[in-house]
Design a protein around this ligand. Structure first.
Ligand code: NAP
Length: 496
């Protein structure tokens, strides 16, 4: 059970504590934030509503702890990360249970998220040892007028305090994808978990605590983003922000000071299907890509752009697969589970009703019970409908019929987003040309968009993000280059 056994010390009564200065603490606010179970729509957990004073203290200890952590040998940092990864995987069951109750993640996927997170931490430790164990040596005589009298040594040094803010849909995996690179690179970390997902994140943080990281190096403050978010992101003690989420990230980018930003934001991933595509493969990927975790994935297929000549056949194949999806609670591993909040369900419904008014073809009846929305394919969607452009983050997928590849690329590139896209065709030359033309961070050929494996570069263009992640890129992003230049005497002098 969440908060029991190994995790007993992270809870006080029925409110989970926050983590600072190497201890589990109660907030002096005396207030808590309720976490609503998306399935029952009742309060399931409570977390502390941390105060600004507590944030200030966390920033101070993060700064102090970072100074000595930066001097800790790389192998020792890696050793602790490997230990944390093992503890995390050992305790996958209680952490996965939190994911089921807080964010209605299907039980099997919840366990996968925790295991994947442990693997990510271990890989990061390995990769960090190699990346940070290397520097560069430059000589000075490449430019006219220069002799070989200067030697430049470069190395990578930590940024300082990294603020990590992950979203609700992968509260463990998208937290460790920030924590592990930050720590291996010699930074300290302040984590602000999403409200829905906070308890899973607190359990994950306890695994790092048990691994024995120094006091103050890792902190986790809880509270509503709308209440403590600005205070955290504009805090002078923060030296880097790694954020994953929606439009909030655009606002943070405008408010943050002169600190490096890693922004992983929303997407409207398009799937272009050409006439020569393997339609069974395309249908399988569109259903998996569009409806896994009820479409609440940044890389979900969010619009299918299908050549008119194959659209009827493809839509039928998609509908046949949708009919086989199970709909229900996450505990029994239903394919489609309740979306995270009531306001999220209302937003999705708004997009569906707009499409209805404007004449989209409903391939299934629209059914909703509480936060649970049955999977829905909307055919004949046109560009004047909101769902053609907006991210539903729910189990609703629009199909736009196109008459040329150019029309598909045009729709994809007219979006404000540019996360991923995919193309289904048997012609590799066409696929490569389309990949080149699509303004997205990644294009998948003959597969649905996806984030992993976690060491692949992953990035969004336009409103989908700033910077690139993936393990190596995140480690590099959380460092800066330091150079030391050795100036030798002039050659004539040395040659005597
Ligand atoms: P969100 O509403 O933007 O929230 C993300 C995080 O920001 C949460 O921890 C939230 O805390 C916090 N937050 C809210 N207001 C804040 C503020 N003023 N200052 C600082 N932090 C604040 O996003 P979400 O609904 O959790 O996640 C869904 C979105 O994430 C989708 O758009 C999806 O595409 C995107 N996403 C992108 C990627 C990627 O890699 N590109 C991956 C996954 C998800 P509270 O929960 O307490 O409000």
């Amino acid at each position: 059970m969440a908060g029991s056994g190994t995790f007993a010390e992270i809870i006080d009564g029925d409110v989970f504590k926050y983590y600072a200065q190497g201890h589990w603490n109660k907030s002096s606010s005396g207030k808590f934030v309720p976490i609503i179970n998306p399935t029952t729509r009742k309060t399931h957990f409570k977390v502390q509503a941390c105060t600004q004073k507590e944030v200030n203290r966390v920033m101070e200890s993060a700064k102090t702890a970072q100074k000595s952590w930066a001097k800790t040998p790389l192998w020792k940092r890696a050793e602790l990360l490997h230990k944390a990864a093992a503890i995390l995987k050992e305790h996958k069951a209680p952490i996965a249970e939190c994911l089921v109750k807080e964010i209605a993640k299907p039980a099997k996927d919840a366990v996968t998220e925790v295991i994947r997170s442990g693997d990510l931490v271990s890989y990061c430790a390995e990769e960090g040892v190699r990346i940070l164990g290397e520097g560069k040596f430059l000589v000075s005589d490449s430019f006219p007028g220069n002799e070989r009298t200067k030697y430049c040594l470069t190395s990578k040094i930590p940024l300082g305090v990294v603020l990590a803010i992950p979203p609700f849909n992968y509260p463990v995996n998208l937290a460790v994808s920030k924590i592990a690179p930050a720590l291996i690179a010699g930074n300290s970390i302040v984590l602000k978990p999403p409200t829905q997902g906070a308890v899973a994140a607190l359990h994950m943080v306890h695994c790092f605590h048990l691994a024995g990281f120094p006091e103050g190096l890792i902190s986790c403050v809880t509270g509503k983003g709308s209440e403590i978010g600005d205070f955290l992101t504009m805090h002078p003690g923060v030296n880097c922000i790694s954020f994953t989420g929606g439009d909030t990230g655009i606002a943070i980018s405008k408010k943050a000071g002169m600190v490096p930003l890693q922004m992983e934001l929303g997407g409207k991933d398009a799937c272009i299907v050409l006439e020569d595509a393997d339609l069974d493969l395309a249908a399988a990927n569109i259903v998996k890509g569009g409806f896994s975790y009820s479409g609440q994935r940044c890389t979900a297929v969010k619009v299918a752009l299908v050549m008119e000549s194959v659209a009827n056949t493809l839509v039928k194949k998609i509908n046949d697969k949708i009919a086989k999806l199970t709909v229900g609670p996450p505990e029994i591993d239903s394919d489609v589970t309740p979306v995270v909040t009531e306001s999220s369900a209302n937003f999705i419904e708004g997009l569906v009703m707009d499409a209805k008014e404007k004449g989209a073809t409903f391939c299934q009846e629209y059914v909703r019970e509480g936060n649970l929305i049955w999977p829905l394919l909307l055919d004949n969607v046109r560009p004047d409908m909101r769902i053609a452009w907006e991210e539903p983050f729910g189990p609703v997928l629009p199909v736009i019929r196109i008459n040329s590849v150019e029309e598909g690329i045009h729709h994809c590139n007219a979006s404000n987003f540019g996360l991923q896209g995919c193309v289904f065709t048997r012609d590799i030359n066409k696929a490569m040309l389309i990949s080149d033309a699509m303004e997205t961070g990644t294009v998948q050929i003959n597969s649905a968009p996806a984030r992993g494996p976690d060491h692949f570069p992953f990035q969004g263009l336009k409103d989908s993000g700033i910077g690139s992640q993936g393990i190596a890129n995140s480690i590099n992003m959380m460092t800066k280059v330091k150079t030391t230049i050795i100036n030798l005497p002039a050659p004539s002098y040395t040659m005597g």
